[in-house]
Ligand binder design. Structure first.
Ligand SMILES: [Zn+2]
Length: 116
C-alpha cells in the first residue's frame, strides 16, 4: 500500500491512530504497517484536505456533540460521526482510496448509518 503521508509514533497517544494533517499519528510502532489503520487515517486526511483542515475539526466536533445529544453515549456518538462512518465503512477496502470521490463523506451525514 502506498501511503504518502508521514507516520509519527506518539507513545502517549490515547488512541491507536489519529489524523493530524499532514501527519498520521500512531501510538505504537507496530501500527506503522497496519494497513487498515493507515487507510482509516488516510481517509480522514482526505476529508481534512477537502475542508481546508480547521473546518474539518469544527464539523467533527459538532457532529460528535449532536450525536451525544441523540445517543447519550460517548462510544455511539463517536462511531456515528459522519467522517468516521466513511472511514470505518471503507478501511478494509484496498481499492477505496484510489477511486474515492471528493467529498464522499457527505452522503454519511444523513443517509448511511453503521449498525453497531
Ligand atoms: Zn476515525
Amino acid at each position: 500500500m502506498i501511503n504518502k503521508y508521514p507516520v509519527i509514533v506518539v507513545p502517549f497517544l490515547k488512541v491507536a491512530g489519529m489524523a493530524l494533517f499532514p501527519f498520521i499519528l500512531v501510538s505504537d510502532k507496530r501500527y506503522i504497517n497496519d494497513e487498515v489503520l493507515i487507510r482509516h487515517e488516510t481517509i480522514h486526511l482526505k476529508q481534512e484536505l477537502e475542508l481546508l483542515i480547521i473546518p474539518f475539526y469544527v464539523l467533527y466536533a459538532l457532529s460528535y456533540l449532536v450525536n451525544l445529544l441523540v445517543y447519550r453515549k460517548h462510544n455511539k456518538a463517536y462511531e456515528q460521526i459522519f467522517f468516521e462512518l466513511e472511514a470505518y465503512a471503507h478501511e478494509h477496502n484496498a481499492g477505496y482510496l484510489p477511486n474515492r470521490k471528493p467529498w464522499a463523506w457527505r452522503k454519511y451525514i444523513i443517509t448511511k448509518r453503521l449498525h453497531l
